[in-house]
Design a protein around this ligand. Structure first.
Ligand code: GDP
Ligand code: MN
Length: 379
C-alpha cells in the first residue's frame, strides 16, 4: 500500500524529521484559505500515488492566496499517469539551495536494509541512477545494530553536505530508518531533502510504501488507504480476501495456494504463453469467493483463455466448480476455459464442470498446453 505525500510526511514528522507544516485541500477555495493563513508563498502539490508530479505540472509555486487558488483549480481534476487528482497539499514554500535524495528500502540480494543517498536529488533522480550510477551511494544496515551514527555521518560526507548540517542529517537519516522499520515499510523516501536558504535541512517531498502483510500491526496507517486511487480489480480482490496481482499476459489463472500459482505461471510460460494475473484464492475458498475471482479475471480485456488449477485439500473441488458455474451464469463469455481439479471431491467437481462443457486436463502440463493453445487460437 502506498501512502500519499502528505501522509508520508506526517509519519516522518513522528520520527523527528523536519517537514513543512502544510494542509490538504479538496477545492480551490480551501487552497485559498490555507495559503492565506500560511502568510507567505506556498507550493500547491497534487496528491496522487505516482512519482513525477513536478514534471507533469502537478507542483506549482504560488506567491499569493489568489495564485494558490488558481493553481489548485488547475491541478485538481488533472490526470497524472492515468490517475485523477482529488486533493492538493498546500505547503509553505521552502527556499531551496540544494536538493538531495535519501531513501531506505530492502536490498534483496544482500538480504539487508539499504540506505540510498545522492547529492543529485530532485526530479531527475531516475536519470542520475541510469546514467551516472556512481553518484548514488548505498549503505547497508545491520538488522541487529540499526543505522549507526558513523554510517549516517559517512553518508553526509560522501554526498558533500556542509558540515553545519551533519548533526541534523544524522537525526533525519536515523529517523527515516526508524520510520521505515517501525511502519513495516518496503520504501521510505525523501526526494528532495533540501538545504534551505537558512542552512537547515527540510523534507520537502515524502513517499512511503507499506507491506500489506504488516498492516494489521498498524491500524492507523491501514486507515489511510485511499481506495479512490486503486484499480477496481485489486480493490475487489482485497475485499474478497483474494491475493491478486494484475499482469500483462493473455491467460487468466485461478489457483489455490501462492506456490501453486507461481508454478502454474511458470508452466504457462514454459509452453509459450503469458499469464494475465497472479491469483491465489486461498485455502477452503467457498463458491462465492471463486465467483468473485472469476469475475475479476474476466474483467481483464486481455484475457483470451482461463486456466483453473485447483489442488483440493481443505479446498473442495466441487465447491470450486460450483463457484465457476455461478459466475458463468451471470457473465456471458466465449472465452475458452481449461480446468485441472485434483484432490478432495475431484469426481464431483469434474462432473459439474463437464456439464458446463469445460475442457479438463489430468495434469498441470496438459492443462497449461491446452490453455496456451486455446489462447493462441483466439488471438
Ligand atoms: P515529485 O515531482 O512528484 O517528486 O514532487 P516534489 O515534491 O519532489 O516536487 C518537485 C520539485 O518541485 C522539487 O524537486 C523542487 O525542485 C520543487 N519544489 C517542491 N517544493 C518546493 C518548495 O517548497 N520550494 C521550491 N522552491 N521548490 C519546490
Ligand atoms: Mn519528489
Amino acid at each position: 500500500m502506498k501512502l500519499h505525500e502528505y501522509q508520508s510526511k506526517f509519519q516522518f514528522a513522528d520520527f523527528g524529521i523536519p517537514v513543512p507544516q502544510g494542509q490538504v485541500a479538496a477545492t480551490p477555495q480551501e487552497a485559498f484559505q490555507i495559503a492565506k493563513e500560511s502568510n507567505g508563498p506556498v507550493v500547491v502539490k497534487a496528491q496522487v500515488l505516482v512519482g513525477g508530479r513536478g514534471k507533469a505540472g502537478g507542483v506549482k509555486l504560488a506567491r499569493t492566496p489568489e495564485e494558490a487558488e488558481k493553481y489548485a483549480g488547475e491541478i485538481l481534476g488533472m490526470q497524472i499517469k492515468g490517475l485523477t487528482v482529488k486533493k492538493v497539499l498546500i505547503d509553505p514554500a521552502a527556499k531551496i539551495n540544494h536538493e538531495i535524495y535519501l531513501g531506505v528500502t530492502t536490498d534483496r540480494a544482500a538480504r539487508r536494509t539499504v540506505m540510498i543517498a545522492s547529492a543529485a536529488g530532485g526530479v531527475d533522480i531516475e536519470e542520475v541512477a541510469a546514467t551516472t550510477p556512481e553518484k548514488i551511494i548505498r549503505v547497508h544496515v545491520d538488522p541487529f545494530l540499526g543505522l549507526r551514527d558513523y554510517q549516517a555521518r559517512d553518508i553526509a560526507g560522501m554526498i558533500g553536505l556542509p558540515r553545519e548540517t551533519w548533526r541534523q542529517f544524522i537525526e533525519i537519516a536515523k529517523g527515516l530508518y526508524q520510520a521505515y522499520l517501525e511502519s513495516d515499510a518496503s520504501l521510505a523516501e525523501i526526494n528532495p531533502l533540501v538545504v534551505t536558504g537558512d542552512g537547515d535541512l527540510l523534507a520537502v517531498d515524502g513517499k512511503m510504501v507499506l507491506d500489506d502483510n504488516g498492516l494489521f500491526r498498524h491500524p492507523i496507517l491501514a486507515e489511510m488507504r485511499d481506495i479512490d486511487e486503486e484499480s477496481p480489480s485489486e480493490f475487489q480482490a482485497r475485499q474478497a480476501g483474494l491475493s491478486y496481482v494484475d499482469l500483462d499476459g493473455e491467460i487468466g489463472c485461478m489457483v489455490n495456494g501462492a506456490g501453486l500459482a507461481m508454478a502454474t505461471m511458470d508452466m504457462i510460460k514454459l509452453f509459450g504463453g503469458e499469464p494475465a494475473n497472479f491469483l491465489d484464492i486461498g485455502g477452503g475458498a467457498q463458491s462465492e469467493k471463486v465467483a468473485v475471482a472469476l469475475r475479476i479475471i474476466l474483467s481483464d480485456k486481455n484475457v483470451k483463455a482461463v486456466l483453473f488449477n485447483i489442488f483440493g485439500g481443505i479446498t473442495r473441488c466441487d465447491e470450486v466448480a460450483r463457484g465457476i458455474l455461478t459466475a458463468l451464469e451471470e457473465i456471458q463469455v466465449d472465452i475458452p476455459m481449461v480446468a485441472r481439479l485434483v484432490g478432495t471431491n475431484q469426481e464431483e467437481g469434474r462432473a459439474i464442470l463437464a456439464e458446463a462443457k469445460m475442457t479438463t486436463a489430468a495434469t498441470l502440463a496438459e492443462a497449461a498446453q491446452k490453455a496456451v493453445a486455446a489462447a493462441h487460437s483466439k488471438a
